[in-house]
Write a protein that binds this ligand. Structure first.
Ligand SMILES: CC(C)(COP(=O)(O)OP(=O)(O)OC[C@H]1O[C@@H](n2cnc3c(N)ncnc32)[C@H](O)[C@@H]1OP(=O)(O)O)[C@@H](O)C(=O)NCCC(=O)NCCS
Length: 136
């Protein structure tokens, strides 16, 4: 939520790093000229009755590196790593109507539907969410 400080961002990624250390989450990064320009996470630790499933989270590409296929590459690698973990089903959700929706449809994800008011935009307005799944 806005305002979002650098410290808050670091704190969020510190939690992610802990889960990566524990093997509960995979963190992939894309580099351009030695700098990180994109990232995506694969949540692999799910309840015992869903060992075959993983969740894709926080696909982010820096504004300076967008529209060059970085997100597509990150998603291809996320799927490959999920397969290595023995996963056969992926799930994700995304802001309804955003650019990412086109990306997921292009990459063969199936759109389940929209949940109205699922989350909030940074300014506090309610935000609809679209849920997708993909079989590996
Ligand atoms: C959504 C997001 C991850 C996409 O990242 P990206 O690296 O720009 O994605 P891609 O480059 O793979 O694809 C974006 C577009 O560029 C196009 N593109 C890819 N390579 C290209 C190239 N070499 N030349 C021209 N266009 C290209 C793609 O066809 C796609 O077109 P579309 O808008 O018609 O779908 C990025 O905009 C972002 O970080 N947004 C904010 C966070 C967010 O919404 N994350 C999703 C959370 S679920």
């Amino acid at each position: 939520m806005a305002p979002f400080s650098h410290e808050q961002a670091r704190g969020a990624f510190d939690v992610v790093a802990e889960e990566v250390d524990q093997g509960r989450r995979l963190l992939l990064a894309a580099f351009l000229n030695g700098a990180v320009v994109g990232t995506v996470q694969v949540v692999v630790a799910l309840p015992p009755n869903q060992p075959h499933r993983a969740e894709i989270a926080k696909l982010l590409v820096h504004r300076s590196a967008r529209r060059r296929g970085v997100a597509e590459l990150l998603m291809e690698h996320a799927e490959a790593e999920a397969r290595v973990e023995g996963k056969t089903l992926l799930v994700l959700d995304t802001v309804t109507g955003d650019d990412a929706e086109r990306l997921y449809k292009r990459l063969g994800w199936t759109r389940v539907g929209v949940i109205p008011g699922y989350a909030l935009y940074p300014d506090g307005r309610p935000c609809d969410t679209t849920v997708f799944w993909k079989s590996l």
